[in-house]
Design a protein around this ligand. Structure first.
Ligand SMILES: O=P(O)(O)OC[C@H]1O[C@H](O)[C@H](O)[C@@H](O)[C@@H]1O
Length: 538
């Protein structure tokens, strides 16, 4: 069936049927199992969505081109056509076997860099490589976007596995970020990693210069306290960073996909090279699943199709990622970059307008905290927010396992409540039981109605470990890829971030009282107000 006809069919299915999730369960006793995928210890349940078998078949017809695109990506073709680059971050997860039959040179490069990282990390961790004041006690990763979110998110997720120097992450050009981080650190025992793919990002370079000044004010040889991670090793040379402490990577690793390689150096310093390898192994296992499982049993494919159904067909504008795991607190922010920078596009690969929308707004917070904040809207608001619950069966605090059970019970209860809801009759009975009658009973009951039939998916792992975190991240990466292929866009460029960067440069002189041509009246007056508040300098 031509792809346009598939979209039409999906729209028709959506319009024709008022699918009700509880009714789908009633009609299909095997629904829970039939709409759950189990792979490599993970469980992905999408049965609490209004997708039935017919809709799923129609959704699967969207993936006709997927295998060809997947194989093109995983064999090093330049599928990032607007930047003329291959997309091979998955190769970083396969240091032992080439990702594709001709990929030995790539594998060898990945393995060599990983070995250098491991040797550096081992020697920092065992104190053989030292700062001027002794073994390193603290590591400050300076980077932003993909050079921050991946390692920062993973470091927090893997707190129980951290047994190296303390990790800190500075990203914002707001001096508060650097100042708050450096306060209390011993410069002579702090390693500063400047992480930037391009080594030109103004925020990172500004923070790096100030960190260098901080070091220079306290130690004789700041270079001894520095390391760099970049794909622009020519630029790191300008900073006189010892080449032994520079870890390069190729331009086929996109920033938001880069945690698996040298950008993950801070994480490796925290958890050690062996556990970092476990993290890679988890990601590699998901690659293998993505490549080999039939689409209907393929976790990234089905996660993508559920997302496409909700956003493109049902028209739900956002999706919430709700990890019931406090240490996955930065996962929503990480996924915001992964998904919104990858698929927040309006033009198809060939330059024409997209026939369908871009990807959705992604947001979220860990449960149970979110329950006491924004779940009100999720349950009773007028717009529907598909929810993606993530939970781990076991925590890392055996003495507090009763907390963990409560956490899990909340996770299960929320998806059930979203699906079941509470109808007016039930609400009326509740009010009657409280002694209300007549119009007041009706009024109060209406406030207590939950429409229900609200979709969610649930992803389970046994525990958040380096391996399972690798699985989860690679799962989402491939999900984003599948959605991008179906929508026909390039998930691997990010031209949308450029204009603001350019204008920041041209606006800056306004704050010094200089005139800048072609400035709009609002920006001029805001800059003037700021200058006045700052005491009229310039
Ligand atoms: O690693 P860098 O070159 O410093 O880039 C850091 C970040 O900034 C850019 O503006 C991009 O939007 C991100 O994709 C990137 O991760």
């Amino acid at each position: 069936m031509p792809i346009d006809a598939v979209w039409d069919r999906l729209t028709a299915l959506h319009q024709a049927s008022a699918l009700n999730i509880p009714a789908l369960f009633a009609a299909d006793p095997d629904r829970a199992e039939g709409f759950t995928i189990r792979a490599d210890g993970m469980v992905f349940d999408y049965s609490k969505t209004a997708i039935d078998r017919e809709t799923r078949d129609a959704l699967l017809a969207l993936t006709a081109d997927l295998n060809a695109r997947r194989d093109a990506m995983l064999s090093g073709e330049k599928i990032n056509e607007t930047e003329g680059r291959a997309v091979l971050h998955a190769a970083l997860r396969h240091p032992d076997t080439p990702l594709w039959p001709g990929g030995e040179a790539v594998r060898a490069g990945v393995a060599a860099t990983l070995a250098r990282m491991a040797s550096f990390a081992t020697h920092i961790r065992d104190g053989e490589i030292r700062g001027q004041g002794g073994a390193f006690t603290d590591v400050v990763n300076i980077g932003i976007g993909g050079s921050d979110l991946g390692p920062a998110m993973a470091a927090r997720a893997l707190t129980p596995y951290q047994d190296g120097p303390r990790l800190h992450f500075v990203s914002n050009v707001d001096g508060a970020d650097l100042a708050d981080t450096l306060r209390g650190l011993d410069p002579a025992r702090t390693l500063v990693i400047v992480a930037s793919k391009t080594f030109t990002t103004i925020e990172t370079m500004t923070n790096a210069r100030s960190a260098q000044d901080w070091l220079a004010a306290h130690v004789d040889d700041p270079a001894q306290q520095f390391a760099a991670v970049s794909s622009a090793t020519d630029k790191t040379a300008e900073w006189s960073i010892d080449p032994d402490r520079v870890f390069g990577f190729e331009d086929w690793v996109g920033g938001r996909y880069s945690v698996w390689g040298p950008i993950g150096l801070s994480l490796m310093l925290g958890i050690g090279p062996q556990r970092f390898r476990e993290f890679l192994r988890g990601g590699a296992a998901m690659d293998d699943h993505f490549r080999s499982a039939p689409h209907a049993r393929n976790m990234p494919v089905m996660l993508a199709l559920v997302g496409l159904w909700h956003h493109q067909i049902c028209g739900y504008p956002t999706r919430a990622v709700l990890p019931y795991a406090q240490r996955l607190g930065r996962l929503p922010a990480y996924l915001q970059q992964l998904e919104m920078e990858s698929n927040g596009k309006r033009v198809a690969m060939d330059g024409s307008d997209l026939t369908h929308g871009s990807g959705p707004v992604v947001w979220g917070e860990p449960g149970t905290n979110g329950q006491h904040a924004f779940y009100q809207l999720i349950h009773q608001g007028t717009q529907i927010v598909p929810c993606e619950f993530i939970a781990a069966a076991c925590g890392h605090e055996p003495a507090l396992d009763h907390h963990h059970k409560l956490l899990l019970a909340n996770c299960l209860a929320q998806s059930e409540a979203l699906m079941r809801g509470r109808d007016l009759d039930e609400a009326r009975q509740l009010m009657a039981a409280q002694g209300l009658t007549g119009a007041e009973l009706d009024r109060q009951a209406r406030h207590r109605v939950f429409p229900g039939n609200r979709p969610s998916t649930t992803l389970l792992v046994r525990q958040v470990t380096p391996y399972t975190l690798g699985q989860i991240i690679a799962l989402y990466e491939h999900r984003v890829f599948v959605e991008g292929v179906v929508l026909g866009l390039n998930s691997f460029d990010q031209w949308g971030v450029e204009l603001g960067k350019e204008l920041a440069k041209s606006v800056a002189p306004l704050l010094d009282g200089k005139t800048v041509p072609d400035q709009d009246a609002s920006t001029l007056s805001l800059a003037e107000a700021l200058r006045e508040m700052r005491g009229g300098e310039g």
